[in-house]
Design a protein around this ligand. Sequence first.
Ligand SMILES: Cc1cc2nc3c(=O)[nH]c(=O)nc-3n(C[C@H](O)[C@H](O)[C@H](O)COP(=O)(O)O)c2cc1C
Length: 259
Amino acid sequence: MKILYFTATGNSLAIAKKIGGEMISIPQALKNDQYEFEDDVIGLVFPTYCCYPPKIVRDFIAKAKLKANYLFAVATYGNVMGKGGDGGEMLEFDEIAKAAGYNFNYLNAILMVDNFIDNFEIGKEIEKIPSKKIDDNLAVIIDNINAKKDYVKDPGFFGKMMTSMCKGLVKSQDEGLAAQKFIVSDACVGCGTCAKVCPYGNITIKDGRPQFGTNCLSCYGCIHSCPQTAIHKKSEKSDKRWRNYNVTLKEIIEANNQI
Ligand SMILES: Cc1cc2nc3c(=O)[nH]c(=O)nc-3n(C[C@H](O)[C@H](O)[C@H](O)COP(=O)(O)O)c2cc1C
């Protein structure tokens, strides 16, 4: 089994590692112009951004040449947005995959810690971990994949509505300008970790300070991985940051580094 993954703060990599198989980072595959993958089972694991798959995943699936008897994808997401369902990210993924010629057998999503600091306070998110029943939900997903089950998660009416409402947000996110609003405090020591975790190579260090370009994925990897907590958003709920407990900073750098 091969798993193609994208992660900014480790949730998706933690899930990918637990599902098992050969791990392949999508940013590194794109960096190396590697699009052809073959195995009995191939899966994708990635976060949800504004009820959609991230642009880097959408772009990858449009170019990829995947050959497998069983194809699955699992999105990690942070919060159920209301009664009736969460985002319709997997239906959107299904559409994009179908346009690229793929019929995914299994599309599901798993609730994790929400790293969207504009809306959620990380300390409170960490307190929610037990109630999210991550291990139990993942055990079901792993059983399903091992049994090669056919399934597409239905987001329900509310989830579909949320996804269609998010279309405008996704469009503005895709313009790549999010990092232009990031604020760097005097705590910055110019260590360059932010540049190394950026999956788009959008950060350069000049005169000991990060400079953000106009190709930002909005993954917040730089914000969460800064060892000095020096990168901020005006809208952030607190200065608490998140990295999944089962993933190291070294793994995030290896997964995303474009330098
Ligand atoms: C820009 C942005 C948008 C997000 N949008 C959503 C969303 O629409 N729905 C949701 O449930 N979680 C959303 N999240 C939370 C992430 O999907 C979630 O925390 C994910 O597990 C992070 O995965 P990672 O640690 O592998 O990067 C968003 C996070 C970011 C940074």
